[in-house]
Write a protein that binds this ligand. Structure first.
Ligand code: ASP
Length: 460
């Protein structure tokens, strides 16, 4: 294929040819849905022939369906070369050893502008070429486990990742970093918090909201913060490490069971919910905000519990929910349902008979709250009491996604409802807490004066 149409075929190629447009051309494309201006990117041979991919000035890539195109005009030409130089990662016996597992997501991807394919910048040599600071922090080894966007992570991937982490820890590494798409990072963080217990070293999940080919990318700094934490912190827990405020002043380390993605595009998207984060990281300085965390140890006694029952569902209640939703889960063999209820943990009366039937058939049903902050309180209104009489079990202040992961993990281990209940209601990794701190809620707004004043008492 000619360089000027790199990767394009069929209908897409015909469209480019008919408008005399070419790859790397800065082009105005008129469509039935509006006008787009950007640079036409190459595609890889395996892509479809129905789209032309344009890199907009915002840095986002869009695929434009050829059927909608009514005109194309080239206004410039900018060929990019994004090849990351690969350099040998310098190893030193005085530095801690960190293993980076890749699962995919934006942090692992950059567009290879030569082929148009999205490929990972992932070997230690490539990472060192892109982020040389990593070599000052640790000896880095990498292992690519998957290359998926995080909506494709699921039970099988959780188990594989947990086992790989167990092996690396037993093999002697001083810390683990997991590169992951941000969208479901909090689900995987919860899964690892249950599947990898008693870790002697930090397990730090990291991603990026903006890919490394964009000027505002958070990929490099997040990697630096995460590897610093894995190599040097004494926090031997599953953590998520991402921007604290919207600026790049510091990262927050969030507990794997108390964290949630809260903004679709901010770099400071992750927030600890119902508690304080564990620490801040500013380049190479880690400042704990609490001291009740599991400390680093030198033994290798990690426990890996890679279980998950896939027939578990998370139901987000909405007004006018009909009972057939619950009936169909039961009829399709689901063994567990987590409900994210309104307020203190409610659903409408219309679904009560379906809930009763589900509980009678042995389906484990747990209630969480859509408000995210605060506890399920089912004794306050009689509707809550009625629901408990039907068999629903309140899950305290466990986040809905965490309860979903924990129920899958619990049902993966046992069929006995009493055992499942015991597992669900015994905190393993701070997924339920005795109380939420009175000003913890402010942490949600990272970067505002109240939070900064609070942090100043730690950042001396
Ligand atoms: N959609 C991507 C993912 O979650 C976004 C990201 O990596 O941040 O895999």
């Amino acid at each position: 294929m000619l360089e000027m149409f790199k990767g394009y075929k069929g209908a897409a190629l015909k469209t480019l040819q008919s408008y005399k447009a070419r790859v790397w051309g800065e082009t105005v494309i008129s469509t039935t849905r509006g006008t787009f201006t950007g640079i036409i990117l190459p595609r890889s041979e395996s892509d479809d022939d129905q789209h032309i991919v344009l890199k907009l000035v915002t840095g986002y890539n869009v695929g434009i369906t050829v059927d909608t195109i009514t005109g194309m005009k080239e206004i410039g030409y900018r060929k990019a070369n994004y090849k990351i130089p690969e350099k040998e990662f310098p190893m030193s016996p005085d530095k801690p050893n960190v293993r980076l597992f890749g699962t995919g997501g934006t942090i692992a991807s950059r567009l290879d502008y030569r082929t148009g394919a999205v490929i990972p910048a992932f070997s230690p040599g490539e990472l060192y070429g892109a982020v040389p600071e990593l070599a000052d922090i640790c000896n880095l080894t990498t292992e690519k486990l998957f290359g998926v966007f995080s909506e494709n992570m699921g039970p099988e991937e959780y188990k594989t990742l947990a086992k790989a982490i167990g092996e690396a820890i037993r093999g002697g590494v001083d810390g683990i970093v997991v590169g992951h798409g941000t969208d479901t990072m909090h689900h995987t963080a919860a899964a690892l918090s249950f599947m990898v217990q008693n870790s002697p070293v930090p397990i730090v999940m990291v991603g990026s909201q903006r890919s490394s080919d964009r000027p505002s990318s958070d990929a490099a700094l997040n990697l630096i913060h995460a590897t610093t934490t894995a190599a040097h912190s004494d926090i031997a827990e599953v953590l998520v490490c991402m921007f604290g405020p919207t600026s790049d002043e510091y990262a927050l380390l969030h507990r794997g069971t108390r964290v949630r993605k809260m903004h679709s595009s901010y770099r400071s998207t992750f927030r600890t919910i119902g508690d304080y984060p564990v620490a801040t990281v500013q380049k190479n300085v880690i400042t704990p905000l609490r001291d009740d965390y599991c400390k680093r140890r030198t033994d290798r006694d990690v426990t890996i519990l890679p279980y998950f029952e896939e027939k578990v569902s998370l139901l987000y209640y909405y007004p006018n929910m009909r009972p057939d939703i619950i009936d169909s889960l039961v009829d399709n063999g689901y063994r567990g349902i987590v409900i994210a209820g309104t307020g203190l943990g409610h659903v409408n009366k219309a679904v009560y008979p379906a809930i009763e039937r589900a509980c009678r058939k042995g389906v484990a049903i747990y209630m969480t709250v859509q408000t995210l902050w605060g506890y399920v309180h089912m004794f306050v209104y009689d509707t809550g009491r009625d629901l408990m009489d039907l068999g629903i079990i309140p899950a305290d202040n466990m986040l809905p996604e965490v309860a979903y992961i924990k129920l899958g993990w619990a049902l993966g281990q046992t069929d006995d409802p009493e055992k499942v209940r015991e597992i669900m209601l015994t905190p393993i990794s701070s997924e339920t807490t005795e109380r939420e701190p009175y000003n913890g809620y402010l942490i949600l707004q990272g970067g505002i004066p109240e939070v900064e004043n609070f942090l100043k008492t730690f950042h001396k």
